[in-house]
Design a protein around this ligand. Structure first.
Ligand code: SP5
Ligand code: ZN
Length: 354
């Protein structure tokens, strides 16, 4: 395989320890073994270590307040004794600065209590923070940015084999197993490195709401996502519909293609093709693929039914755009098929680029 793979072993520092869903701690599926399985499948590839990046690379897509919070969340939680009393070994929010709390001219206070602070930045209860979460999330973003640098230096395609994933993280909030938006950080680096217009195409089974929000008013970053219809009962539930097309200078620069639960190769590949044509027509000069493989039939987190051949065909379509291409790992939770499906996409990209 010729696609260069960017890797960091620091992902292992993030052990989510489950997900609190409807108030119950469930085992969770965003496990360290995910990245290890993909890496094992790509054992023959060229591997490059993620390079450290300055804060400015993260501040291009995130608020400083979110970065400050994430970097201190676990130590503040521990300093407040919450891991001993009541005995919660991960940061879990309990009160949220919901917009419905506030009147015109009344802004949220920065809460003094560590137990409350999470609810200023978390938008769900499933995305837990432990001792190594910040270091791992930062390493994942750094790996995605490194992949962008490799492509700027002339690699036709680079794949960041990362976790935790990123596409649900917004400028100022985290959720959906995501803390920092790795794909958005890669797109920002491609832009600052000279790409005029960048397309981020998201083929994860879930809507890339974080990436959408980050670039919603940006005409130079086209954001497209094909995903299971949130209005049919799927995460992120509150947005991700076809009517969300960008705003202000970014009007028309966002595209959502929601699919019915149960959709398989044909409608999903139609979506991938539409997004690719849209990116080409929009003048994209570089491509970021938010590469989740949870649209696979058999994935525990989504009802889509895409096959291995479908993933290969999607890779080919994206490769045929002929653009410098950064691929960033997002979801995909069936440990036995995750690696092979990523390989199908990467080999498809190579075929398309050739
Ligand atoms: C990056 C990514 O793929 N994030 C996916 C986050 C979606 N998680 C939604 C989980 C909804 C609760 N699932 C409970 C399953 C109970 N059987
Ligand atoms: Zn997903």
């Amino acid at each position: 395989m010729s696609v260069v793979v960017v890797w960091t072993g620091r992902h292992r520092l993030h052990e989510p320890g489950g997900e609190v869903w409807v108030g119950v701690r469930t085992p969770g599926t965003e496990l360290p073994e995910r990245a290890e399985r993909i890496r094992a499948e790509l054992a023959g590839a060229r591997i490059v270590e993620a390079r450290e990046q300055p804060d400015s690379a993260l501040l291009a897509v995130h608020d400083g307040a979110l970065l400050d919070y994430l970097s201190r969340a676990w130590s503040d939680w521990q300093a407040a004794g919450l891991d001993r009393d009541p005995g919660q070994d991960r940061v879990v929010p309990y009160i949220f600065s919901h917009p419905g709390l506030f009147s015109a001219g009344v802004a949220p206070v920065d809460p003094a209590a560590a137990s409350a602070r999470a609810g200023r930045f978390a938008y769900d209860t499933m995305t837990l923070i432990g001792p190594g979460t910040w270091e791992a999330a930062r390493a994942a973003a750094e790996a995605a940015i490194t992949a962008a640098d490799l492509v700027l230096a002339g690699e036709p395609a680079a794949y960041a084999c990362v976790r935790p994933p990123g596409h649900h993280a917004t400028r100022g909030a985290f959720g959906g197993s995501c803390y920092l938006n790795n794909a958005a950080a890669a797109a920002a680096r491609l832009r600052s490195g000279g790409a005029g217009r960048v397309a981020v195409l998201d083929i994860d089974a879930h809507h890339g709401n974080g990436t959408q929000a980050i670039f919603y008013e940006d005409r130079e970053v086209l954001v497209g996502s094909v995903h299971v219809d949130p209005a049919a009962g799927w995460f992120p539930h509150f947005l991700g519909l076809a009517g969300e097309t960008g705003a202000a200078a970014g009007a028309g620069a966002n595209r959502n293609l929601p699919l019915a639960p149960g959709s398989g190769d044909e409608p999903w590949l139609d979506g991938v093709r539409l997004l690719s044509e849209w990116a080409a027509a929009g003048g994209a000069e570089a491509l970021v693929v938010a590469l989740g493989v949870d649209a696979a039939g058999g994935d525990p987190q989504s009802p889509l039914e895409v096959t291995a051949a479908g993933f290969r065909a999607a890779g080919r379509t994206l490769g045929e755009l002929g653009l410098p291409t950064v691929l960033v790992q997002e979801g995909g939770y069936d440990l036995d098929t995750l690696g092979p499906l990523v390989r199908e996409v990467l080999e498809g990209v190579e075929e398309g680029l050739a």
